[in-house]
Design a protein around this ligand. Structure first.
Ligand code: ADP
Ligand code: MG
Length: 483
C-alpha cells in the first residue's frame, strides 16, 4: 500500500473492551471466581444452568462498574435492567448470557488519551455488566474438546467506545488508558495476556472528508496491546486495497492470526436480533441511589491525570517524570511515601526513575514486591543531600540494600566504608599526595589553567575511594593552590 492511498482514506475505529472484575465471587452466585483453579472446581448448579436455580446479583459488581463510570465521566442510570442474550455454545450451559442491553448502567462518558504530539478525548458510549462464559479447550485431547466452566458466570464489564479513534496508535493509547484506570480503581488486573482485559476492534475506512462511516469489520482474538495495534493496521490496509481494487467491504467478524499476521474470516456478523434479547425475568432492576453514588465517589482514588498534574504543579516534577511515576498507582504511592519522610521530590524521583525502575525491570517484579522500604530510601536520599555519601556511594548502598533490605542505610554505608569523611586531617594528606604526584598540572594551574581543578578533585576522590566530600575537597585544594 502506498502513502498516496493513506492520504485518500481515513480509518474509523471503535473498541469494545471487556474487563474481568476482581471480585472474590461470581456475578450471580457466591462461588469463587479466582483465576487458575483446577478445571471445573469453581462451579455451582447455577453455573451449570441447572433448572430451578436463581441468580443473585453480587453487589461488588455494581460498585466496581459505577466507580469506573464515575472515573470516566459517565452518567449512571438510576434504574437499569439485565437482559438475556441467547446463543448456543458448548461453554454456555444456560444457553444464554446475562448482560445488559437497552439500559446499560453507565453511559455517555469520555476518556482523554495522550499521544506524543497531541491529546484527544474519546467518547464512551456505554459501560455495562455481564457474565463470562466458560472455556472450550481444544488442544489437550486429540479427539475431544474439553470444557472448563470455572469462568462461567465470572463478572465482566464491557466498555464500548464511540467510533472516535482514527489510527491504530490512538487505539493503543486508549487501551493503555483503560488499563491504567481499571488498575488505579483496583477493579481489574488489566492483564491482556491472561485474558482479564480483552478487546474487540471495529474498523472501517472512508474517503477523507466524507461524513458517513463505511462498513465495518470486527476484529477478535488479539491478546496483547501490540497485537491490537498490528491487527488494526493490517485491517485498514486490507480494506483500502480491497476498495481501491474495486471491491466492497463486507460486514463480518475477523480473527487475528498472531503468527501469520493476517485477519481471517470467522463468521458473518450477527445482528442484535440473532440474540433474541429479552429482559432477564429472574433479576430485579438495579437501582442506584444518590447516596450510593456519593459514597462511591468518595472512595475513588486520585486519578492518574489529576495526580500527574499535582506532581508537576505542587511537587515541581518535570512532565515526563510525573507521567512515568503516575503510570502505576503503586509506584506513585511509593514515591509519595518516600517524600513524606524526606521531602525532596526531585531527588526522590531521580532515584526512582533510575535505580528503582532498573531493578524492577531486571527482576521483572511489581513495585509492591520491591524489597527496600520507603523509609530506607528516604534516609538514603537524605544522606546524599547532606553530603554524607557521594552519588556513586549512593548507588553502591542501594544495590547492597536490595540484597539486605533490613539493614538501615547508614549502617550499610558504614559497613561498606562509604561514609564521606569531612575531617580535614583525613583530607589533607591525600591532597598533599595528589599535588606532589602531579607537579606539571600544579604548574599549569598556577599559570592560569584553572580548569585543572576538576582533575585534582577527581584524583583526590579516587584516592579517598569516594569517601571525601567533593565540596570540601574543592575548597581545600583551591586554598592550597592559591596560597
Ligand atoms: P455490536 O454489538 O454490533 O458489536 P456495539 O454497539 O456493541 O455493536 O459496538 C459497536 C462498536 O463499533 C462501537 O465501539 C462503535 O464505536 C463501533 N463502530 C460503529 N460503527 C462503526 C464504523 N462504521 N466503523 C468503525 N467502528 C464503528
Ligand atoms: Mg459488540
Amino acid at each position: 500500500m502506498t502513502t498516496i492511498q493513506h492520504k485518500k482514506y481515513e480509518a474509523v475505529i471503535g473498541l469494545e473492551v471487556h474487563a474481568q472484575l476482581l471480585t472474590r465471587t461470581k456475578a450471580f452466585t457466591p462461588v469463587s471466581s479466582e483465576y487458575g483453579a483446577l478445571p471445573n472446581r469453581n462451579i455451582s448448579p447455577l453455573c451449570l444452568g441447572h433448572p430451578g436455580t436463581l441468580p443473585v446479583l453480587n453487589e461488588k459488581l455494581v460498585e466496581y462498574i459505577i466507580k469506573l463510570g464515575l472515573a470516566t465521566g459517565c452518567s449512571v442510570a438510576e434504574k437499569s435492567i439485565f437482559a438475556r442474550k441467547n446463543y448456543f455454545y458448548p461453554d454456555l450451559p444456560k444457553g444464554y448470557q446475562i448482560s445488559q442491553y437497552e439500559t446499560p448502567i453507565c453511559f455517555e462518558g469520555e476518556l482523554r488519551i495522550d499521544l506524543d504530539q497531541y491529546s484527544k478525548t474519546i467518547g464512551i458510549t456505554r459501560i455495562h455488566m455481564e457474565e463470562d462464559a466458560g472455556k472450550s479447550i481444544h488442544d489437550q485431547d486429540p479427539y475431544h474438546t474439553l470444557i472448563d466452566l470455572n469462568r462461567a458466570g465470572t463478572p465482566l464489564i464491557e466498555i464500548v467506545s464511540e467510533p472516535d479513534l482514527r489510527t491504530p496508535q490512538e487505539a493503543y493509547a486508549y487501551l493503555t488508558k483503560i488499563r491504567q484506570i481499571v488498575r488505579y480503581l483496583e477493579i481489574c488486573d488489566g492483564n491482556m495476556e491472561e485474558g482479564s482485559l480483552r478487546c474487540d476492534a471495529n474498523v472501517s475506512i472512508r474517503p477523507r472528508g466524507q461524513k458517513e462511516f463505511g462498513t465495518r469489520t470486527e476484529l477478535k482474538n488479539m491478546n496483547s496491546f501490540r497485537n491490537v495495534e498490528k491487527a488494526i493496521t493490517f485491517e485498514i490496509e486490507r480494506q483500502i486495497d480491497l476498495v481501491e481494487s474495486g471491491g466492497t467491504v463486507v460486514q463480518q467478524t475477523l480473527l487475528w492470526d498472531p503468527v501469520k499476521l493476517v485477519t481471517r474470516n470467522m463468521r458473518s456478523k450477527e445482528e442484535a436480533h440473532d440474540y433474541r434479547y429479552f429482559p432477564e425475568p429472574d433479576l430485579p432492576p438495579v437501582i442506584v441511589t444518590q447516596q450510593m453514588l456519593d459514597e462511591l465517589r468518595a472512595e475513588l482514588p486520585e486519578l492518574p491525570t489529576v495526580r500527574q498534574q499535582r506532581f508537576q504543579d505542587q511537587m515541581g516534577l518535570p512532565e515526563e517524570a510525573a507521567q512515568t511515576i503516575t503510570e502505576n498507582r503503586y509506584l506513585a504511592d511509593y514515591f509519595e511515601e518516600i517524600c513524606s519522610y524526606h521531602n525532596d521530590p526531585k531527588a526522590v524521583s531521580n532515584l526512582l526513575l533510575t535505580e528503582v525502575l532498573r531493578v524492577l525491570n531486571e527482576k521483572k517484579t511489581d513495585i509492591r514486591d520491591f524489597p527496600i522500604s520507603a523509609e530506607s530510601l528516604a534516609s538514603l536520599t537524605a544522606m546524599k543531600a547532606e553530603d554524607k555519601i557521594s552519588s556513586s556511594a549512593m548507588q553502591q548502598i542501594f544495590n547492597a540494600l536490595i540484597e539486605e533490605p533490613d539493614q538501615p542505610p547508614l549502617e550499610m554505608a558504614k559497613k561498606l566504608n562509604l561514609l564521606q569523611v569531612s575531617d580535614q586531617s583525613f583530607l589533607e594528606p591525600i591532597i598533599r599526595e595528589v599535588l606532589l604526584a602531579n607537579p606539571d598540572e600544579v604548574q599549569r594551574y598556577k599559570e592560569g589553567k584553572k580548569a585543572l581543578i576538576g582533575f585534582f578533585i577527581g584524583e583526590v576522590m579516587k584516592r579517598s575511594r569516594g569517601k571525601a566530600n567533593p565540596k570540601q575537597v574543592k575548597e581545600t585544594i583551591t586554598k592550597e593552590l592559591e596560597s
